[in-house]
Design a protein around this ligand. Structure first.
Ligand code: SF4
Length: 472
């Protein structure tokens, strides 16, 4: 094959083929190394600009116990940690946000130190973890607390069996941090003024019921161990769960899901017992020809630092494969530039970008949601920026239990009313699932229609009718 000359067709803006020619393709111009932003990671003692951490040594900051012990859960502790960095307006806003938040608040010193406190209202890490009263919008009228119907699809408490060959096991309900946007806010964290949580505490009797169910279903080959967060499992618990599942002949794959690498990478570096337990499960899985991987959850490129890289290097050296699932959030990562930078930075530290979720319908975080249209727009820009295997799939986790659907694969999408309708023939044949774009991104006339319950029914019926006409 002639690699130097390529046959080209020239197509004018009207779509007419006007000429064909042979041309020598130009080599891509070289890129200045200094412009490769994805490879530039925050390093050094960046935490010392936070008043509360100004005397914290590197050894202390890398200690996972110190990170956990000093995580902030109350607004007074937050304000004490950042005293002098923010103005009174921010303080009042944060106090109101904590009071009205449906989700518990917990943020690690590592995350707090990565926030740009010169502009906390806009900072993408602050936006994800610290609620502000001024940013709380009314929930969408179609919102339901367990929008993914995980409890309805649970044959035993804390085990969701929705997909034919996969189950989601929730061994506990605590996390190293609490994210405002958590899909599982119906169970994760402690009760708040707004929400009384379903209890899924670590309990070996409950785990035995889950094991019995998994063992009894030959079709279950793939188990996700989430929570809560697998980071919160003691090393012995993580190993017991991993080895018990590996012993089941039907189980072929498992993933430990944890936000830990994104919010407290220190644990991988300094909690030797936990990292060794994970490594042993992965190594035994490999000997049995079963896949055991870690799934994590980075949302913004600022969350990836030289500490993250050291932690990911340690896992990579031990043969622990890490995949990432992001949530698309307004003001955090809802631009092609930010998402592309995130995807490339993840690849740079050997984390495989797997999914980007259109934000679920979650109580109290309407300010964070974006539309299906935004996801499709961003995906178009991300695709092609790096290798295909490192390009995430943009999905809608269909409310009502339809599971993950490629964002493009709707049967019908009305950008005016913000209703998209999906089918999931391999998950729940014959059913239709609707996703609703956030109201504040719709036109004023559409918002007016959503304020009227009889109009809501008309819009939903119209969207369903169109989807049914098109469905195959
Ligand atoms: S770490 Fe995961 S489970 Fe825990 S609060 Fe965040 S999103 Fe929810």
């Amino acid at each position: 094959m002639d690699m130097q000359r390529t046959s080209l067709k020239v197509i004018d803006p009207a779509g007419n083929t006007t000429a064909s020619a042979h041309a020598t393709p130009a080599a891509r111009p070289p890129v200045e190394p200094g412009t490769l932003r994805h490879a530039e990671l925050v390093s050094g003692e960046f935490w010392r600009h936070i008043p509360a951490y100004k005397d914290v040594s590197e050894a202390q900051f890398l200690d996972h116990n110190w990170q956990a012990k000093n995580s902030v859960t109350r607004v007074d502790k937050l304000l004490a940690a950042i005293a002098g960095l923010v103005d009174d307006g921010f303080i009042k806003d944060a106090e109101e946000g904590f009071r009205r938040a449906p989700m518990s608040v917990r943020i690690s010193p590592y995350m707090l130190a990565l926030i740009d406190w010169r502009d906390p209202h806009k900072d993408p890490i602050r936006t994800q973890f610290l609620p502000l009263g001024s940013r709380l919008f009314a929930d969408h009228p179609k919102l339901d607390l367990d929008s993914l119907h995980e409890q309805a699809d649970a044959p035993v408490p804390g085990l969701t069996h929705r997909y034919p060959d996969k189950a989601l096991f929730l061994p506990l309900d605590t996390c190293p941090v609490y994210c405002r946007f958590c899909t599982r806010s119906y169970a994760v964290g402690v009760d708040t003024e707004e929400v009384e949580k379903v209890s899924l505490k670590a309990n070996e009797e409950r785990w035995k019921l889950a094991y019995e169910y998994i063992r009894s279903r030959a079709e279950l080959e793939d188990i996700v161990i989430s929570g809560g967060d697998a980071y919160q499992l003691r090393a012995s618990q993580l190993e017991e769960i991993g080895m018990t599942l590996l012993d089941m002949p039907n189980v072929r794959r498992m993933r430990f899901a944890t936000k830990g690498p994104a919010v407290m990478p220190q644990k991988i570096l300094t909690d030797e017992a936990w990292t060794d337990a994970l490594t042993r499960v992965v190594e035994r899985g490999r000997k049995l020809h079963k896949e055991v991987v870690l799934h994590t959850h980075f949302n913004h490129p600022n969350e990836i630092t030289s500490i993250t890289q050291a932690a990911m290097n340690k896992l990579f050296e031990r043969g622990v494969f890490v995949r990432n699932q992001s949530v698309l959030q307004r003001g955090v990562n809802d631009s092609p530039e930010t998402m592309t930078l995130l995807v490339k930075r993840l690849g740079h530290v050997n984390v495989h970008p797997y999914y980007v979720y259109v934000h679920d319908l979650v109580k109290g975080v309407e300010d964070l949601r974006t539309s299906v249209d935004t996801a499709i727009h961003i995906e178009k820009h991300v695709r092609g920026s790096t290798a295909g295997f490192n390009t995430p799939v943009f999905v809608v986790d269909a409310p009502g239990g339809g599971g993950k659907r490629d964002a493009h694969s709707y049967e019908h999408y009305d950008r005016e009313t913000g209703i998209s309708v999906y089918q999931a023939p391999s998950v729940k044949p014959g059913q239709f699932f609707m996703y609703f774009d956030p109201l504040h991104q719709l036109s004023t006339s559409a918002q007016r229609r959503w304020a009227d319950p009889s109009e809501q029914a008309v819009m939903v019926a119209a969207a369903l009718g169109r989807a049914k006409e098109r469905a195959r």
